[in-house]
Design a protein around this ligand. Structure first.
Ligand SMILES: Nc1nc2c(ncn2[C@@H]2O[C@H](COP(=O)(O)OP(=O)(O)O)[C@@H](O)[C@H]2O)c(=O)[nH]1
Ligand SMILES: [Mg+2]
Length: 446
């Protein structure tokens, strides 16, 4: 990599400061051309920047020679005045002096290529930049510190030990009966399998923190789903009307609950419909509800037309059954829904969200969110990519456990593949395709 890359590291627009970063061999000469003699390494130095005898700006210059820099290459950071004009002319000067604009994530990609970060840490950099809540930021920071890589490395080290044992059995077949190999490697494999199973069960937690918990509001038309969404987010995001079938599209609203990112979705009322647009809305509602982490089944407690029974098919144990319109006299549906929810394992709340707001529902959602998101350990996956490799490793290990009965050689191959699946998470040697996926989500300048 011989190019000098340059990019603003701060968001465009007017601000007190803008930071422009440079990386690559040749950065020293470029900085000297712009700002005179190089400042001492890693010491801020106030300089006048100029190019072709034209003044560009006055600001702090930081010189960070490689390999002790973020990318591992020679780097510089220019702290400029934050207007787009200043940033523009400084970039133009850098281009004229041989730099080119960095691609999204290219600084971090160079850091990865130079062994400064592994793949999970590079992902954490992107997550930190994207983090909206404190919980997201905390998780990303732990991941940047290596929390995720360390866990996978520990599992991999166990696999390597098992492999060494199996290979010894292969190399010295006379001294080891297959039964002995099975007796000794078996418990080690099973112990690790139990750990990977637990990790897989817990894998959704990290992804939920990073991506946001998905909560679907479902129910029959006119039950009060849109009223509930509006009460929860504190504004009229969704149309509330007495006419059934008003909401057709899925209306998604991000919000923060108990410090965690949550995506709420108001959906079309679930009923059979001949009308094409409404029927499509119902399909989308079901699909969203199916994928969601939690559902709130809203029932019109004043009704006795059994309209709610269609929607209850989407509900699952652990969801909430909200019996709404408790300001009106109770109909048969309220009692029926209450009895059904108790049997299926849904919590029940009675409320009038259209009249007295959604505080009880909010409190329920907060408690459930904390239950699903909080945990004392770092989660074993924060992206689908990690979860998939974990699942690969588990499958390989299951197969190794079975193969032990047949012979050490077969089992050893499975253990090797399991180790490789785990290695791919930290990805010190990652395929270009994976790298492309990871780094394409970055912003320029990171
Ligand atoms: N009496 C009463 N009416 C409500 C309550 N919540 C919603 N409504 C009314 O029920 C109708 C349907 O509400 P809406 O939120 O659009 O229901 P959706 O079809 O499930 O989205 C509207 O006329 C609301 O004003 C409530 O708690 N009590
Ligand atoms: Mg609605």
């Amino acid at each position: 990599m011989t190019d000098i890359i340059v990019a603003p590291a701060t968001a465009p627009g007017r601000a007190a400061l803008a930071v422009v970063r440079l990386s690559g061999p040749g950065t020293a000469a470029l900085v000297q051309a712009l700002a005179g003699a190089l400042p001492l390494p890693r010491r801020a130095s106030l300089r006048r920047l100029s190019h072709c005898n034209a003044a560009l700006d006055q600001g702090l210059v930081l010189w960070m020679p490689g390999p002790a820099s973020y990318t591992g290459e020679d780097m510089a950071e220019l702290q400029l005045h934050g207007g787009p004009g200043v940033v523009g002319i400084v970039l133009e000067a850098a281009f004229a002096l041989g730099a080119r604009l960095a691609e999204p994530g290219e600084f971090t990609r160079r850091a990865f290529a130079n062994g400064k970060l592994d793949l999970t840490q590079a992902e954490a950099v992107a997550d930190l930049v994207e983090a909206e809540t404190a919980a997201q930021a905390r998780q990303a920071l732990d991941q940047l510190g290596g929390a995720l890589s360390r866990r996978y490395e520990a599992w991999r080290a166990t696999l390597v030990e098992i492999l060494a044992f199996l290979e010894a059995a292969i190399d010295f077949p006379d001294e080891d009966l297959p039964a002995d190999v099975a007796a000794q490697a078996g418990p080690a494999i099973d112990g690790l399998l139990a750990q990977l199973d637990a990790a897989l069960n817990d894998a959704m937690r990290g992804r939920r923190v990073r991506e946001g918990l998905r909560v679907a509001l479902i129910g029959a038309p006119n039950a009060g789903k849109s009223s509930l969404l509006n009460a929860l987010v504190g504004r009229r995001a969704s149309i509330v009307a007495a006419a059934p079938g008003t909401t057709r599209d899925v209306i998604e609203q991000p919000m923060v609950l108990a410090g965690y990112q949550v995506l709420l979705a108001d959906t079309a009322g679930l009923r059979e419909s001949e009308e094409e647009i409404e029927a499509e809305g119902v399909r989308r509602a079901r699909a969203w509800a199916e994928e969601a982490d939690l559902r709130v089944l809203v029932v019109d407690g004043s009704a006795d037309d059994h309209a709610w029974v269609e929607a209850r098919l989407e509900a699952r144990p652990g969801d909430l059954c909200l019996i709404n319109k408790s300001d009106l006299s109770e109909g048969d549906d309220a009692r029926a829904a209450d009895g059904w929810a108790a049997i299926v394992g849904l919590d029940v709340l009675r409320s009038a969200v259209g009249r007295s707001g959604a505080d009880p529902v909010r409190a329920w959602l907060e408690a459930r969110t904390i239950g699903l998101m909080a945990g004392s350990d770092f989660p074993s996956a924060t992206r689908l990519r990690h979860q998939e490799r974990l699942s690969d490793a588990r499958d390989r290990l299951m197969s190794a456990s079975a193969a032990l009965q047949v012979g050490a050689e077969l089992a050893a191959e499975d253990v090797r593949l399991a180790a490789r699946a785990l290695e791919r998470v930290a990805g010190k040697v990652a395929a270009d395709e994976v790298l492309g996926l990871v780094f394409s989500s970055f912003c320029i300048g990171k």
